[in-house]
Ligand binder design. Structure first.
Ligand SMILES: [Zn+2]
Length: 294
């Protein structure tokens, strides 16, 4: 009965829709991790519809080739779309690409991934120097990365994208807000500790983590352990919850963003995260950083 019911409520498979404007206005969701899908025609229209329905702002991770169409859409719909540039750190003209993205009004970079060298390699510093000058948010893939082709050789290794590398970037380039995608999966402990000591480091919990951990989400209380311990590090709004170092990211198709929201909510319940901190994770932290319009 009540136990069964609360277990059901915690299930990430819970199909119940995100509460929407029907009864009460849903609080704003800012999604750090929406990939622009150039293969889906009508993607931007679908995104705008979803944004209006569930009160969503998408940080739209945009391949360089699509920079203009997304820059235009973001200018027209600043409440729904925040443009982020997806560039290859190993491309010979990456610094020029970054400058162009800045001139088009882009607000950051991401998701940086599939690097040929570890993220802290000095050959990538010119890009970080620009991002630092612009005061940008930069989203890095961290942890295990998918295999795109099982039969062909590929120069891709998860070990180059470990969360420890983004600590060095955060410290050398303090005006960058560094967001690690996937919380370093499976190096959650390293990710959390780096977030604890570095005010400009945050993580999202997108990817397989909330599915893998669905039966043991409370374990994150052991990893984000310093709530209310008066840690002498700056946090958004001086929030004392360790979990305030997380931001919402879905990294899914548009049709699955609501499921990702429900997975985050199950995680909030399992870890007894205060209501105020939940709102910050789901959108207020990023909205403030980005100065988003109401
Ligand atoms: Zn990723």
């Amino acid at each position: 009965m009540s136990t069964a019911r609360s277990l059901a409520e915690l299930s990430p498979e819970d199909p119940s829709p995100v509460e929407t404007a029907a009864e009460k206005p849903a609080s704003r969701i800012v999604d750090m991790h929406v990939h622009f899908d150039e293969k889906k025609s009508g993607f931007l229209d679908d995104l705008l519809k979803l944004a209006d329905r569930i009160n969503l702002t998408a940080c739209l991770l945009t391949p360089f080739a699509y920079r203009q169409v997304v820059a235009d859409a973001a200018k027209q719909h600043p409440r729904q779309i925040v443009p982020f540039g997806f560039v290859e750190l190993d491309a010979p003209d990456v610094a020029r690409q970054v400058e162009e993205l800045h001139s088009l009004g882009f607000r950051g970079l991401g998701e940086l991934e599939f690097v040929k060298k570890p993220y802290n390699d000095p050959s990538y510093f010119p890009v970080y120097e620009l991002a630092n000058r612009y005061g940008w948010i930069v989203l890095f893939h961290t942890g295990i990365v998918l295999r795109r082709n099982f039969d062909e050789p590929e120069d891709v290794a998860s070990g180059r994208m470990r969360p420890i590398y983004i600590e060095e970037i955060a410290r050398r380039f303090p005006k960058i807000t560094v967001v690690g995608a996937h919380c370093g999966n499976p190096e959650y402990e390293w990710a959390a500790e780096i977030a604890r000591w570095n005010p400009n480091v945050f993580f999202d919990l997108s990817g397989s983590t909330l599915t893998k951990m669905r039966g043991r989400l409370a374990e994150f209380q052991r990893i984000f352990w310093w709530s209310s311990l008066d840690w002498s590090v700056r946090t958004p709004d001086h929030d004392p919850s360790a979990f305030v170092k997380l931001v919402f990211g879905s990294d899914t198709d548009l049709s699955s963003i609501e499921s990702a929201v429900n997975q985050y909510r199950a995680f909030f319940d399992a870890c007894e995260i205060p209501e105020r901190t939940r709102r910050m994770i789901m959108g207020e932290t990023l909205a403030k950083m980005l100065g988003l319009p109401e």
